[in-house]
Design a protein around this ligand. Structure first.
Ligand code: PA5
Length: 492
């Protein structure tokens, strides 16, 4: 089979015992829900109005116009030639996909060695934390004249990104001269938000400044790597079309109604059974690869923000087929598996103890790479002993197999996504697989996988304290009337 493989043997009771694994009868019993979920997804995806209004337009991203992709690829090459450094500002969906791509598809130690970068710029990710230390050290050390800035924010309102952007713009303005805006590129909503407003204003003064790419309507932040991440891919020298081809082929595989042909549906169905019926509410995501750790981090956001939900979804269907999804405040469900990123083999000396002997409430997803981009062998002689002549890739593969075995012995379910190699094609396929699996798991759980109302609480509190205008009276009153209670006797 071309591309990724999904091995789910160890999710079954036959391997880990029926108390902790899925029984084929349980999978069969889910078939009605699977069929319903599939038919619902198909009907929503067939209607572009629904795709856009409900946030499912990401399913079309693998099929973007090849000419447009070439233009972005060229633009990335131009920026790469001209600048030594790029600061990429963004958080959540406007950051994690980019970081994941860079770690997976560029050489390790990319920023450290010119040879590892193939002459491309160093990339620094900022605007993803309010920690003042990292940005201030970065700005003290970078040469603004040799630095290009990309600011990514769909809403333009996100505090972390906005704050960093104001600081970085000011830094550029002071040192890079009058045309500093030509060193800034914005990726944001085509119409709304404060970043769009800034772009439009700055462009009025200088057409060449604040160049920008509009985000595609109906694509939510965490589902948007194949949209907002494209310029970054081009700058670091990744062939964008190969990434999209991988995603497109996975799209095809994930369109089948048959669980045994559709890896994303199977992944979602098995996890739903383990979660609902066997108490596996912790999802450990463990690539056996240093460079795929940030891809696990990307999936953590995908799973947590998409499926960790308080309310059930209520579907309101109009006669013309349009759907509206609302969170049914009368049906509190508080669902969602809790994802935890880990990394083989590092975390075999850490979280693995708990995976094996702690509460049996976890399902582990391994990602195994079959062919690494470099190899190293243990030299023969000296102290090498049984390790003499062993390839590191053999050893990491053996460690992954050994971890599976150890989990099975303790009746702990796991599954493995096998990547023939960490190529642009396979990485695109991997992301699309996780996106589709998440969408389908959302259908099976009956929640809206494409919103994230839970993150508003902290934002509103900050806005209230910062005196932001436009906060509703209800929200302001709630914050005012419910201050955090701090009794000194509980602080030592
Ligand atoms: O998935 C999401 O929508 C979020 O995680 C956003 O990506 C994140 O909050 C950043 O938002 P924005 O791009 O509007 O700054």
């Amino acid at each position: 089979m071309k591309g990724l493989k999904f091995d789910f043997n160890n999710m079954f009771g036959s391997n880990v015992g029926k108390e902790h694994g899925v029984e084929e009868t349980e999978l069969n019993a889910l078939s009605y829900s699977v069929k319903e979920a599939h038919e619902h997804l198909v009907s929503v995806l067939a209607d572009s109005r629904n795709r856009v209004s409900l946030g499912l337009e990401w399913t079309r991203l693998p099929f973007q116009d090849k000419k447009e992709i070439k233009i972005i690829q060229k633009l990335g090459d131009e920026i790469a030639k001209k600048y030594e450094n790029v600061i990429s500002l963004g958080i959540g969906g406007s950051y994690l996909g980019l970081k994941a791509a860079q770690d997976a598809l560029c050489s390790p130690y990319y920023n450290e060695f010119a040879g590892a970068r193939n002459g491309r710029p160093r990339i620094y990710f900022e605007g993803n934390n309010l920690d003042p230390h990292t940005l201030s050290v970065l700005l003290k050390n970078l040469n603004p004249k040799k630095t290009f800035v990309i600011v990514i924010s769909k809403s333009g309102e996100t505090t972390e990104t906005r704050t960093a952007f104001i600081a970085v713009e000011n830094w550029l303005k002071k040192s890079a001269g009058r045309n500093y805006g030509r060193q800034i590129f914005a990726i944001t909503d085509p119409q709304s938000g404060s970043l769009r407003k800034i772009v439009d204003e700055r462009q009025k003064k200088d057409k060449l400044s604040f160049r920008n790419l509009p985000l595609i309507k109906g694509v939510g932040g965490r589902f948007s790597e194949f949209n907002m991440g494209l310029l970054h891919l081009a700058i670091i020298g990744v062939d964008i079309q190969k990434v999209l081809n991988g995603a497109a082929d996975m799209h095809k595989r994930c369109s089948s109604p048959d669980l045994f042909k559709n890896p994303a549906y199977m992944y979602a169905a098995l996890h739903t059974i383990l979660y609902r019926m066997k108490g596996k509410d912790i999802a450990i995501v463990m690539p056996f690869s240093e460079t795929l750790k940030s891809t696990a981090d990307w999936y953590i956001q995908m799973l947590a923000e998409s499926l960790g939900k308080k309310y059930a979804r209520k579907i309101i269907k109009a006669r013309d087929g349009r759907e509206e999804w609302i969170n049914d405040t009368g049906r509190v469900v508080n669902v969602g598996r809790t994802p935890i990123p880990a990394r083989g083999t590092n975390d075999l000396h850490s979280i693995q103890q708990n995976n094996i002997e702690g509460m049996n409430n976890k399902a582990v997803t391994f990602i195994r790479v079959e062919k690494f981009n470099s190899e190293i062998k243990v030299p023969a002689g000296g102290e090498s002993g049984i390790l003499a002549g062993k390839r590191f890739s053999e050893m990491i593969t053996l460690a992954q197999e050994a971890t599976e075995w150890a989990l099975v012995r303790e009746s702990r379910p796991s599954c493995t996504i096998i990547m023939p190699e960490a190529s642009a094609y396979n990485w695109g396929a991997l992301l699309f697989f996780f996106e589709m699996a998440t969408a389908f798991e959302g259908e099976l759980l009956g929640v809206n996988a494409f919103d994230q109302p839970g993150v508003e609480g902290y934002k509103n509190y900050m806005y209230y304290k910062l005196g932001k205008s436009g906060l509703s009276e209800k929200v302001a009153d709630e914050i005012k009337n419910n201050p955090l209670l701090k009794d000194p006797k509980f602080i030592l």
